[in-house]
Write a protein that binds this ligand. Structure first.
Ligand SMILES: [Zn+2]
Length: 465
């Protein structure tokens, strides 16, 4: 069994929205209370209260109804969060990481988690527990929860850029396969993570997979451009130090947060798609081991602001985590190896070749050519953690191309796509999907709403040609 989390949006009435935000604010109050209490104790030389049980005792001493509509279970989830964060920081500090910090920042809103048995999930409706005496709080989800109800372990109410979501965590069994179709540990594929191609996999039997991430990069570029523009507008409204921001300024900031959150969601979604593509591909080919190149060792090197930005936008940590999680659920082993030098070594003769600038890898010594990222994948497949050559995979001949982030705006349809609309009304544009000629006599067999579009199109066609 593995834990999986899905995020589901909420469809709320203004009153429900207000109550949900009330819960988050109350949770923020709980968090602030704990911080204040421990600061007070520290100043008096008393030990901080950090264990979950001790914090719960403090909470019950406060009595019911201290935190508005937030019930004891919800408040305890905040205490759990504090306790976990404190002990994680303590552990990191003990192991020599001086940058690890104990929780100390107050937040206006804090996510609230409800564990199994405290909430009710009924199709697309969810009842969140509230403290005794308050009206029951039912909210509507904007889609079905992708897990069976009996597997759901917890729901977390959270705010992201002014929008409310619930994160549903469920225990999902590891995939089972019919005999003869299960992944085989000895069938190895090398996976090369990259910026333009989030994943390029080179598998056995000369098969390869290239997942294109150009849509993700386009989204990142568009977002950056948009942000720059917005910053310029906002700069004139920014409050001076000591001033309270104007109402317009607050609106600008809310918008910026919203768009930032949306961008993050879009990129994450596309990265999940990319990882899913790789895992599905591997399952179909009975690949039981994915050897993944880990580029994180070389990312620490500073290489100018352009490169740094590119690396930050890549979010490779998250990308690799997606792949690992999905592979784990599919019963595939993931091995991380150092990817240094894998994209500049010839897979045919094994000699070092200067790293190609384009997508095409050419060896000037033996004349081998191939897709640059697949070369990386092929070399990574041979790199077991011990440094020994374990597989003799053929270099991919059959290459599958897939795209990640097809839902993203700006991912225009392909140039020859019949759905492509004329470009800004230019004469050179296509007139759209070929349609049958209208029946003679003017009467139409098509549904009524189709009619005006067609006549409009025909008119335009006539005037332009
Ligand atoms: Zn060569």
């Amino acid at each position: 069994m593995v834990l999986r989390t899905a995020r589901v949006g909420l469809r709320l009435t203004p009153a429900q929205r207000k109550r949900c935000f009330g819960l988050l604010v109350s949770a923020g109050d709980v968090w602030a209370c704990v911080l204040d209490m421990n600061r007070w104790r520290r100043q008096r030389g008393l030990p901080a209260v950090v264990s979950y049980q001790a914090l719960c005792r403090e909470l019950s001493a406060a009595g019911p109804g201290t935190f508005g509509e937030l019930d004891a279970q919800g408040a305890r989830s905040v205490l759990r969060r504090y306790s976990d964060a404190w002990f994680a920081a303590a552990k990191n500090r003990k192991s020599g990481d001086v940058s690890a910090r104990f929780p100390r920042r107050k937040r206006r809103l804090m996510p609230v988690r409800y564990y199994h048995g405290t909430f009710t999930l009924d199709g697309q409706r969810l009842r969140l527990p509230v403290s005794r005496g308050c009206a029951p709080l039912w909210v509507r989800l904007d889609r079905e929860v992708p897990y069976p109800v009996e597997q759901v372990r917890s729901v977390t109410l959270l705010n992201e850029g002014g929008r409310l979501f619930v994160e549903v965590t469920a225990e999902v069994p590891i995939a089972t396969y019919a005999p003869g179709t299960e992944p085989d540990r000895d069938r190895v594929a090398g996976v090369d993570p990259g910026v333009i191609h989030p994943f390029a996999a080179s598998g056995p039997d000369g098969e390869g997979l290239v997942v294109s991430g150009r849509a993700i990069r386009a989204e990142t570029h568009l977002h950056l451009k948009d942000t720059k523009h917005r910053r310029r507008t906002m700069a004139t409204r920014a409050p001076k130090p000591g001033q309270v921001g104007s109402r317009r300024w607050r609106k600008y900031r809310a918008r910026q947060r919203k768009l930032e959150a949306r961008h993050k969601r879009r990129v994450k979604q596309a990265q999940h798609e990319a990882a899913k593509t790789v895992v599905d591909w591997a399952v179909q080919r009975r690949i039981g081991t994915l050897v993944v190149g880990d580029p994180r060792g070389v990312l620490e090197i500073k290489a100018g602001r352009l490169h740094n930005k590119r690396i930050n936008d890549w979010r490779v940590d998250y990308l690799l985590r997606c792949l690992k999680d999905k592979a784990e659920q599919a019963g595939i082993r993931v091995v991380l190896v150092d990817e240094r030098g894998t994209s500049s070594t010839c897979p045919a003769c094994g000699r070092r070749v200067p790293k190609p600038t384009g997508r095409r890898f050419t060896c000037m010594r033996c004349g081998f050519t191939g897709h640059r990222d697949l070369v990386g994948g092929a070399n990574i497949a041979r790199r077991a953690p011990g440094g020994t050559i374990t597989t003799t995979n053929k270099f991919p001949v059959v290459i599958t191309h897939r795209r990640a982030g097809r839902h993203l705006p700006g991912t225009g349809p392909a140039r020859r796509d019949p759905r492509r609309r004329p470009h800004h009304g230019a004469i050179a544009g296509s007139v759209g999907r070929p349609r049958p000629a209208p029946p003679p006599g003017g009467e139409s067999l098509a549904p009524g709403e189709d009619q005006p579009t067609r006549s409009h199109r025909d008119e335009r066609w006539l005037t332009r040609h």
